[in-house]
Design a protein. Structure first.
Length: 518
């Protein structure tokens, strides 16, 4: 339950609430209901603006452990089924604050898009309390519900609703249903949700024309360590700086243990992301979050065309879009994402408790995933393409000491097999003799490295055969006034500390360009 320290903190957070919020719990019986009643009762004590009541919602809520939020008596379209603890506690508190009048942290262009939707959209988000990717999805959709009465979002703790998990054949989180049909699964950010909505809902259009930003000195694309470092260094020079990101933190946000950031012995991705944003708040930097740059129009003054329909004019551009998980590209992979194929062992590992799984990839991320999963699943088989593992020896030693981890080297994964609903096996080939084999299992975790997020600039700047943006020692690309830094570039050794240095260098190079060319 809520400790005195948490309650005290919540009292300060809720001090400026404008609207009265009622937490309405559906009546009925459930073994977990008493715990939820106590939780909601405690929560209602932190502010005179929060009340709790039990009520028959006449079909709005289907379970005795489901509750909704009303603001001044009006349904906000936000529902929670289960006790939102763990990572989802913040989602509930943010829902309270946003429903009570706290400004949303969504770009004006995005808010315009959401407000223009005029048909019912009922989202269901299946999550687990240990999933660190789920809150991003929940919090985005809850904000959509606050903005538009046609939208509702129900956050469902999959562990408490096994019948729904089985009905919808869910094997990974977050899984999102829209009006009862599959909408998205796995790690997904607000930018992708918006793109999907704009494809599926004809009247979800680009943002209405809004007052454009003045001409920018530097516009940075990407919100990871490289992009944030570039933004801070640019702002420190007194320049007009804008940073655009589909989500701040990038791949770092998904890293649960960071022990090689010099001067910081130990931290986590979410903690580091928070620190990056906090540092950026010390400067005048325009943020455009949950948006993507579709294309860059070249010229002395560059024009950036955003996914919201907005256009930003800028003297220089710094591309810091990082990289994403590399896919195997084999038959059965894409078809079974969410049904046994996964990329995040931290998020989806609990769904395979007591089952046999595979990890494809023998680098650090693959061996770390195998070790992590070995404490949950029945067995882990690691498939490595090369004759030797690429992971650090300390990790290899740990993996080899686990009785339920088997390591296969010099093998090529050929296809993921399923029964039409769930993964059943993986087919692989021994590269030494060419013999094909099948390994029966229930899950495949792909951990084979990263691919640069550079597709949107393939016609703008020169790329390497691996898709990396080619830069020189001053972070300059093949196009005058366009710079690049971090994991998206040809700079070797993709490390956080290196990305920060490269971002700083890119901003300094852009500043040097500006004083010479403008």
């Amino acid at each position: 339950m809520l400790t005195n320290d948490i309650l005290a903190s919540l009292k300060s957070f809720t001090a400026n609430m404008k609207n009265t919020i009622t937490l309405v719990l559906q009546t009925g019986e459930h073994e977990k209901r008493e715990e939820l009643v106590k939780f909601l009762s405690q929560l209602s004590t932190v502010s005179e603006k929060i009340t709790f009541e039990e009520r028959d919602t006449e079909g709005l809520l289907a379970s005795p452990i489901s509750f909704l939020l009303e603001a001044d008596g009006k349904d906000q379209g936000i529902r929670f089924s289960g006790l939102p603890g763990g990572h989802e506690f913040n989602s509930l508190i943010l829902a309270l604050l946003h429903s009570s009048g706290t400004p949303l942290k969504l770009d004006d262009g995005i808010q315009s898009i959401i407000k223009n939707i005029d048909e019912p959209l009922n989202f269901q988000v299946f999550m687990s309390l240990s999933c660190h990717n789920c809150p991003d999805v929940v919090q985005a959709l809850n904000q959509f519900s606050v903005l538009n009465e046609n939208i509702s979002t129900e956050t469902i703790d999959g562990g408490l609703f096994p019948d729904l998990i089985e009905k919808h054949n869910i094997q990974g989180v977050p899984t999102v249903l829209l009006n009862g049909k599959p909408f998205a699964n796995g790690k997904i950010d607000t930018a992708v949700i918006l793109e999907k909505l704009m494809q599926l809902v004809p009247k979800t259009t680009a943002a209405e024309k809004s007052k454009p930003l003045p001409l920018q000195d530097i516009t940075i694309i990407g919100g990871g360590p490289a992009g944030v470092a570039a933004a801070i260094y640019g702002a420190r020079k007194g320049l007009a700086v804008t940073i655009i990101a589909d989500r701040f933190g990038g791949q770092v946000k998904d890293t649960m243990a960071i022990e090689n950031l010099i001067s910081v012995p130990q931290t986590t991705g979410p903690e580091l992301t928070g620190a990056l944003l906090s540092h950026m708040d010390d400067y005048t930097i325009t943020r455009k979050e949950h948006l993507r740059v579709d294309r860059i129009e070249k010229g002395h003054i560059k024009k950036l065309h955003l996914s919201s329909g907005e256009i930003i004019e800028t003297k220089t551009v710094i591309i810091a879009t990082g990289a994403k998980w590399r896919e195997l590209g084999i038959a059965g992979e894409k078809e079974n994402i969410g049904n046994g194929v996964a990329y995040c062992p931290h998020c989806d590992g609990p769904f395979f408790k007591g089952k046999d799984v595979a990890v494809v990839g023998g680098g650090n991320s693959g061996i770390e995933a195998a070790i992590d999963l070995s404490g949950i699943v029945k067995s882990v088989t690691v498939f490595e393409y090369l004759p030797d593992l690429k992971a650090d020896k300390v990790l290899i030693d740990q993996a080899e000491s686990r009785d339920n981890i088997t390591i296969l080297k010099n093998v090529e994964t050929k296809q993921v097999l399923s029964d039409g609903k769930n993964v059943t096996a993986i087919e692989y080939q021994d590269r030494a003799d060419g013999q094909l084999y099948q390994k029966d299992l229930s899950g495949v975790f792909v951990q084979i490295g990263l691919v640069p997020n550079s597709a949107f600039v393939k016609e703008t700047v020169n790329l390497s055969p691996h898709g990396e943006i080619i830069i020189n020692e001053r972070s300059q690309t093949s196009e005058s006034g366009i710079f690049a830094c971090g994991d998206v570039t040809t700079v070797p050794y993709k490390q956080i500390v290196i990305a920060m240095g490269e971002g700083s260098k890119a901003a300094l190079s852009a500043f040097d360009y500006l004083i010479r060319e403008f």
